[in-house]
Design a binder for this molecule. Structure first.
Ligand code: SF4
Length: 449
C-alpha cells in the first residue's frame, strides 16, 4: 500500500489546534506522512473556524487557496473540517464542489477511516456527527506546538449561552475530562519535554460542572503543580463569574501557576451585559478586578471586549473606553460584534453600523496600546522569567522568547540582547527596554564577566 502525504492547516483557536493534533495523531505512520508542503501533499485538510465573520472569511479564503493544488499540485483529496462544516454543511457542500470530504467538530478521530472510504470516490461526502467528542490521555495526539509548550483541553462545549455566541451550537454542551485523565496527559507531555502547559476550554471555570462531585479547576490545579519538570501552568478562557476565591488563592500562592489570567469580560455597561446574557455586572466586574489585583499584585490580566453590540450607544461605548483607559488590563482583545444567525442577539433591534464598529474597535485598541506601553515601561529594571523560543525572525543575533506574562500566539515577545541559552530553557532576564507589547532584556549575569 503506498503512503499518502497529509498537510493540515488549523485555523481559529487553540481548542481547534488540539483537534488538529488529534487528527494528525491518528495517522498511522506506515500509511501516512505529514508534510507542511501543500503542493506536495496527497491530502490537504483545512480545520476551519466559524466563530465570527472575519474567521469565516479566512476559512473560505484558505480553502479556495489550497483547492488550487488539486490542479497545480499533488492534491487528490481536499478535506474541510471543524466549525464551518458543523454550521454550514449544506452551503459549503453546494458552494465548494472542489471539497471532497466535509467533517464536523466531533469527527476528528474518524479522519483515517473517512479518508480510506473516500479515496477514489468522485462524489463529495459529508460526515457531520453531533459535537459530543471529548479526547482523553490515551488519544493519539501529534503535537504541533514547539516541544517545550502545549495546550491541554480540559473540557469542550459550553452551557453559558451568551446571546451573541454560536459556540454552543458548534461545540455542543459542556463535557469535562476526568482529573485523572488531565493529570496523566500532563505527565506524559512533561516526559516529552513540555515545560509550559496552557489549560484551555470554552470556560475553564465551568470545568467539572457536568461531572458533579469533586471535579473542578480548584481540585485539578494542586495535582498538576506536583508534576516534576512542569514549570508553567497557564489559565486561559476563564468566565469572570466563575472565578472563585480558592482559584485566586491558588494562582497567588502556587509558584508553577503563572500570575496570568485570561478573563473575557465582553463589556462593562450593565444593560449591554444583560443583553449579552452575561452573569457579572459592572459592580461585580470591578470587585473581581480589585480582588485579583489585591491578592496577586503582579498579575498579568488579559481580557476581550465586544464593540458594536446591538443597541450599544455612543455613551455606552464611551463608558467601555473609559474603563479600558483606567488601565486595569495588560492585554485586551477588541472584537467587532458579528451578527450570528441563530443567536438571540442577531434578532435584536438597533444593530450598529460597520463603520461605527470599526471606529470603536480602533479607539479601544488605541487606548489599550497606551496602557500596555505604560505597564511594560514599568517592567524595565525588573527580572522576569523568560522561556527561550529561538532566534528572532529579524536577525540571528537576537534570541527571542516569552516572559511568564506572555501567552503563546496572542501576546508579545521578549528580545534577548545578551546572554546565551538553549531553546526551551527558562532563564532570569533583566528587562532593559520595552514597547507596547514587546520586552527587551539581557539574561541575568550575562554581562557580569
Ligand atoms: S462563555 Fe464563551 S463560548 Fe460560552 S457561550 Fe459565552 S462566549 Fe460563547
Amino acid at each position: 500500500m503506498s503512503t499518502l502525504a497529509v498537510s493540515l492547516i488549523s485555523l481559529g483557536c487553540p481548542k481547534n489546534l488540539v483537534d488538529a493534533e488529534i487528527m494528525l495523531g491518528h495517522l498511522p505512520p506506515e500509511r501516512y506522512t505529514i508534510t507542511t508542503d501543500e503542493a506536495a501533499a496527497d491530502i490537504i485538510v483545512v480545520n476551519t473556524c466559524a466563530f465570527i465573520e472575519d474567521a469565516r472569511e479566512e476559512s473560505v479564503d484558505t480553502i479556495l487557496e489550497v483547492a488550487d493544488y488539486k490542479k497545480t499540485g499533488n492534491c487528490k483529496m481536499l478535506i474541510v473540517c471543524g466549525c464551518m462544516p458543523q454550521r454550514y454543511q449544506e452551503e459549503l457542500s453546494k458552494e465548494l464542489p472542489e471539497v471532497d470530504l466535509l467533517m464536523g467538530t466531533g469527527d476528528a478521530p474518524r479522519l483515517v477511516e473517512l479518508i480510506e472510504e473516500q479515496l477514489g470516490r468522485p462524489e463529495q461526502r459529508t460526515e457531520i456527527g453531533t459535537p459530543d467528542y471529548l479526547y482523553d490521555h490515551n488519544t493519539p495526539r501529534a503535537l504541533a506546538s514547539p516541544f517545550y509548550t502545549s495546550y491541554i483541553k480540559i473540557a469542550d462545549g459550553c452551557d453559558n449561552n451568551c446571546s451573541y455566541c454560536v459556540i454552543p451550537s458548534l461545540r455542543g454542551t459542556l463535557r469535562s475530562r476526568t482529573m485523572q485523565s488531565v493529570v496523566a496527559e500532563a505527565q506524559s507531555l512533561v516526559e516529552k519535554g513540555v515545560k509550559e502547559i496552557n489549560l484551555i476550554a470554552q470556560d475553564i471555570t465551568a470545568y467539572g460542572a457536568d461531572l458533579g462531585g469533586a471535579t473542578n479547576i480548584e481540585a485539578l490545579l494542586p495535582q498538576l503543580v506536583k508534576i516534576e519538570g512542569l514549570e508553567w501552568i497557564r489559565l486561559l478562557y476563564a468566565y469572570p463569574e466563575g472565578i472563585s476565591d480558592r482559584l485566586i488563592e491558588l494562582i497567588a500562592t502556587e509558584e508553577k501557576i503563572c500570575n496570568y489570567l485570561d478573563v473575557p469580560l465582553q463589556h462593562i455597561d450593565n444593560d449591554i451585559l444583560q443583553q449579552m446574557n452575561r452573569r457579572l455586572d459592572e459592580k461585580g466586574t470591578r470587585a473581581l478586578v480589585k480582588k485579583l489585583r489585591e491578592r496577586i499584585p503582579d498579575l498579568t490580566l488579559r481580557t476581550s471586549f465586544i464593540v458594536g453590540f446591538p443597541g450599544e450607544s455612543a455613551a455606552q461605548f464611551e463608558k467601555l473606553l473609559k474603563f479600558v483607559s483606567e488601565g486595569h488590563f495588560e492585554r485586551v482583545g477588541a472584537f467587532r460584534y458579528s451578527r450570528e444567525e441563530g443567536t438571540p442577539a442577531a434578532t435584536m433591534k438597533r444593530q450598529v453600523p460597520d463603520r461605527s464598529k470599526n471606529a470603536r474597535q480602533r479607539r479601544l485598541m488605541k487606548a489599550q496600546a497606551r496602557v500596555s506601553f505604560r505597564k511594560n515601561r514599568g517592567l524595565v529594571g525588573q527580572v522576569e522569567s523568560v522561556l527561550v523560543e529561538g532566534y528572532s525572525e529579524e536577525t540571528e543575533l537576537l534570541l527571542k522568547g516569552r516572559s511568564v506574562r506572555q501567552a503563546p500566539d496572542v501576546d508579545g515577545q521578549v528580545y534577548i540582547t545578551a546572554g546565551q541559552a538553549d531553546v526551551g530553557d527558562i532563564v532570569p532576564l533583566v528587562i532593559t527596554d520595552s514597547s507596547e507589547y514587546d520586552l527587551i532584556g539581557e539574561i541575568q549575569g550575562a554581562l557580569d564577566d
